[in-house]
Design a protein. Structure first.
Length: 220
């Protein structure tokens, strides 16, 4: 199936990229994956809610969220096996291994029933993931299908950098290309269109003068 091919290709690329980088990932990314903590504090998580981070990486967000919302049911999925391995260790160190469930899967073919025995989530969030996925739209469509009615799909990611000085924009985009990250204005634009076809935006924030955006779509 095409979805499996896409996921296998993504798994290979991400495993290769992160095999060694994952050891310095949290240390280095805190300087430019901005707005992640803001996303976490804004997520409307009710007691007992089921929450999924798609593309959870090293588990940095899940560890924070695990301490913030002790009665939520947390799940993390990543296409890279090496990242899932690192996330599992981080959650274990934080004493959260029993509360956060992990699975290796690509967002393209992820099936919550197979992975976690769950039909729906109340909240699904993507933190600096969509700009890494060439064909991101089917991944978001699939996530929307996996949300309960009234559920929240949240995204924090790079903005279009149009307000940054040209030298800074070129430097940042060149740096991100090294890591297969490709910020595209159409992602944010299409997410807004998608929200209009649902129950609209529950949150709409421009972070650091266009450096990043934080959107929350409420499912109809
Ligand atoms: C820039 S990292 C962000 C990690 C984490 N969300 C954070 O905020 O620190 C992007 C993550 O997305 C994962 N990823 C890339 N493509 C994916 C896909 N198609 N499905 C699921 N995860 C994917 C990568 O393996 C990587 O761990």
């Amino acid at each position: 199936m095409v979805e499996m091919v896409v996921a296998e290709d993504a798994a290979r690329r991400m495993d290769t990229m992160y095999r060694y980088q994952r050891h310095i990932y949290d240390l280095t990314r805190k300087f430019y994956l901005l707005g992640r903590d803001r996303l976490l504090t804004r997520l409307p998580i009710k007691p007992g809610a089921s929450v999924l981070e798609m593309g959870c990486g090293t588990g940095r967000n899940l560890v924070k969220l695990g301490h913030m919302v002790p009665d939520a049911r947390l799940h993390g999925v990543d296409v890279a096996g090496v990242m899932i391995d690192t996330a599992a260790r981080a959650l274990d160190r934080a004493g959260l291994a029993h509360r956060v469930r992990l699975a290796q899967a690509g967002g393209q073919g992820f099936d919550p029933e197979t992975a976690f025995g769950l039909a729906r989530f109340d909240v699904i969030y993507f933190s600096y993931v969509l700009s890494m996925i060439p064909d991101w739209r089917p991944v978001v469509d699939r996530a929307l299908e996996q949300l309960a009615p009234g559920g929240i799909l949240a995204v924090v990611d790079f903005g279009d950098q149009q307000r940054a000085p040209r030298w800074r924009r070129r430097l940042l985009l060149g740096w991100l290309r090294l890591f297969d990250v490709h910020p595209r204005a159409e992602i944010e634009r299409d997410l807004r269109t998608l929200a209009a076809g649902q129950d609209g935006l529950a949150l709409d924030e421009n972070l650091f003068d266009g450096y990043a955006y934080l959107l929350m779509i409420r499912k109809a």
